[in-house]
Write a protein that binds this ligand. Sequence first.
Ligand code: SAH
Length: 387
Amino acid sequence: MTPRVRVSARGLARLRNGHPWIYSSDVEDRGSAAPGDVVEIAGARGHSAGIAHYSSTSQITLRLLSSEPATVDRAFLARRLRAAASLRQRLVENSEACRLVYAEADLLPGLIVDRYGPHLSVQFLTQGMERLKPQITGLLGELFTPASIVERSDSPSRRHEGLEPAAGVLEGECPTDVAFRMNGLVWHSNPLTGQKTGAYLDQRENYAAAARYAHGEALDCFTCHGGFALHMAGRCANVEAVDSSAAALALAEQNRRANGVENVRFTEANVFDLLSGYEARRRRFDTIVLDPPAFAKSKSAIDGALRGYKEINLRALKMLGPNGVLVTCSCSHHVSEAMLLELLAAASLDAGRTLRVLERRSQSSDHPVLLTVPETLYLKCLIVEVV
Ligand code: SAH
């Protein structure tokens, strides 16, 4: 028997408004649900509103799996995985790496699957997905015949689910150095230890966009593995690329050599210190990229985050002259595009620069956005030029 979880009218209204989460405050009776169970969502009069994964510890108690009655078996999971893969086949061009499954946006809440060439790197982020780990691993093996499947369930969000971090090889053999092609360049990644599932794939399309406008002397702030820098190198005289992580820069340097790029120099530094030093010394650049980590991890952190974004954008704008290009990103879900545009406008007035918006972009299309699930949209990337 599928356990039934009774939810309030407000919880049901959320579902009707297209959002797949029901918070614990909207759960009226958990019935016999156990951690990670597939449960039936029941309204007050006992009618069914679909099936969901149940979490015994998270504030997000239920994550909708289907609003129709369904059995979450092999065939169900295979259908969802195939649909996700088919979308990528249509969307992803010129890349051996992409996000194959993006959780809620692929109707598989709590599951992330990234592809790096023949290897898959997977995150099981909820009690429900944790329970399905053997089944999903088996299916991924059958459907995609990868050389290896690596688990990177070491994201802090597992804490809310009462799950310990877990990382390691689930199937096959994964070398510590995986090479793949993306946008005509060669990239190296270590799915076992790299940031997130091994690299950042969400900027893939923005790298190419930035390269279209990049010119002259360029500065890539928060470069990580050199994504923006190495894409822009062909268009620029020189690129200085900065990150505070020595491990990330070692990989960036390996990427630079693999592509025979000579005009990119990687610097280990704190971007805040570096920018204030450069500003004091009146350094000038023609192109600047700002791609910081999420400054606002929660709603309450928004004010501080906006100050951080404003500071780096203001300093960058002061170093750009006429025709200068700024590529500025925010991966904080809580900072909307409107907020980013507003703070950039304020910074441009403070810096005495008139900005023209060239492109307003988001995460790559293999990280799709569900219209009624704002949490699936997190990355903003604005490309502006100084008039
Ligand atoms: N631009 C990268 C992704 C950046 S992620 C890409 O396209 O792949 C954010 C990066 O900022 C991480 O690599 C992290 O090491 C670095 N970082 C975080 N705080 C920093 C700081 N204060 N100064 C410099 N780098 C920082």
